[in-house]
Design a protein around this ligand. Structure first.
Ligand code: SF4
Ligand code: SF4
Length: 389
């Protein structure tokens, strides 16, 4: 059976057609209230964007969802998780909150508190056993794991490794702790190259679990102790610690599959009937919101999607982007994907700026996320698009 996906375009020709109003109408049309019971703590899972990346969600659009959740009797809080690497821009709760403020997301603009779900250093979460396609255990960020209900408010964009990122990515890797995210990306633990190491000692106190210890020669990483993901490679001035790229799985499809495993775990933990999805398909850039720069969007603003099915909503969103003409002067022109029907996400595999992320399959298997999500019972690729004004 097809799932219903509700859609409103981005046109605003009069005062009652603002995007915030459209989001509220979609919330009602998709009966999103039904995931919320009186007094529920409701996580609004978002991404605040990174650094100088201006292609992110708008505070007033999240606020529209906050108001609807409050109207439904829920207690909303806005949440995201720390990025990989303690030294990265969004590597700690402090960095995440600084970034949120820089981009205009505050309690005042959102109408609800901001909570970094995986704690100060991104290490607070609960491990849950799952029977995923690859993952047997995932670590869900603490505040998300304690939520009674969740509304995913995802910014839609491309991604250098998964090709496409929307609801499944927002509730998959986006809901895990820093160390929970690591095994989705990385297949190996770091090592120190003693030929390059200058024995400066910087990495030793940096490691939060004491996995890097001095030895008779130079520091060593105890692989068993290493929890991965905190990014000692970023602080080594001699580049002696294995780099991110060297640790990554040789095929990007591993990240695609593992992300969906994580999404299934999060949905099962909170409860399938307690999660709703809103996709905001504007500023659709090739890079994800973790990039600290924002390119020209590949397609004109598409619109807003709402559904209770994360697979159907992502499939409907991706189809709309593919069926849109490309924007001149954007990556769409550079990858020769200007015509409606051109698969922008597939063609990103050969986009020059993604060369640095190069893996065996690049973004070529991006549609796999839908197949895996169906297999794990997250939803269906069959959808009925319900257009509202
Ligand atoms: S050695 Fe492992 S646990 Fe320690 S900082 Fe590096 S990645 Fe993190
Ligand atoms: S930071 Fe790099 S150079 Fe310094 S001790 Fe650690 S591995 Fe060696």
């Amino acid at each position: 059976m097809a799932s219903k996906v509700y859609f409103a375009d981005m046109r605003s020709k009069k005062a009652d057609q603002t995007i915030s109003k459209k989001i509220k109408n979609l919330f009602d049309a998709a009966a999103m209230q039904s995931v919320i019971s009186e007094g529920d703590f409701v996580a609004l899972k978002v991404h605040f964007g990174t650094g100088e990346n201006q292609r992110h969600l708008r505070p007033e659009h999240i606020r529209a969802v906050v108001e609807k959740v409050q109207e439904a009797g829920g207690k909303p809080f806005i949440t995201e998780t720390t990025g990989m690497g303690l030294a990265s821009i969004r590597g700690t709760a402090i960095g995440c909150l600084k970034m949120a403020t820089l981009h205009g997301f505050t309690q005042e603009t959102l109408g609800a508190p901001i909570i970094t779900a995986d704690g100060l250093k991104g290490l607070s979460g609960i491990k849950i056993k799952i029977n995923g396609v690859r993952m047997k255990q995932v670590e869900i960020a603490q505040a998300i794991s304690e939520s009674d209900a969740m509304i995913s408010v995802a910014h839609v964009k491309g991604h250098p490794r998964t090709g496409f990122g929307a609801a499944l990515k927002n509730i998959g890797i986006g809901c895990l702790t820093k160390t929970g995210k690591a095994p989705l990306h990385l297949g190996k633990k770091p090592k120190i190259d003693h030929q390059k190491c200058t024995d400066c000692g910087i990495c030793i106190p940096f490691c939060p679990v004491g996995a890097i210890q001095p030895s008779k020669t130079k520091p060593q990483i105890t692989q068993k102790k290493c929890i991965l993901g905190c990014g000692c490679w970023d602080v080594c001035p001699a580049k002696a610690i294995s780099r991110w790229g060297e640790l990554h799985y040789p095929r990007n499809k591993e990240l695609i599959i593992r992300n969906v495993d994580a999404a299934a775990a999060v949905v099962r933990h909170i409860g399938k009937e307690k999660v709703g999805f809103i996709n905001l398909a504007y500023d659709v850039t090739p890079h994800c919101d973790c990039a600290d720069y924002g390119d020209v969007p590949m397609v004109p603003d598409i619109g807003i999607f709402a559904s209770k099915d994360p697979v159907a909503i992502d499939k409907a969103t991706a189809d709309a982007i593919i069926n849109s003409p490309g924007i001149r002067g954007s990556a769409a022109e550079e990858i020769n994907a200007m015509n409606p029907g051109d698969d922008k996400f597939l063609k990103l595999a050969d986009w020059q700026p993604f060369e640095v992320f190069k893996n065996e399959d690049q973004t070529r298997e991006w549609r796999l996320q839908f197949e895996v999500a169906e297999k794990l019972g997250l939803g269906t690729q069959k959808y009925e698009l319900m257009k509202i004004g």
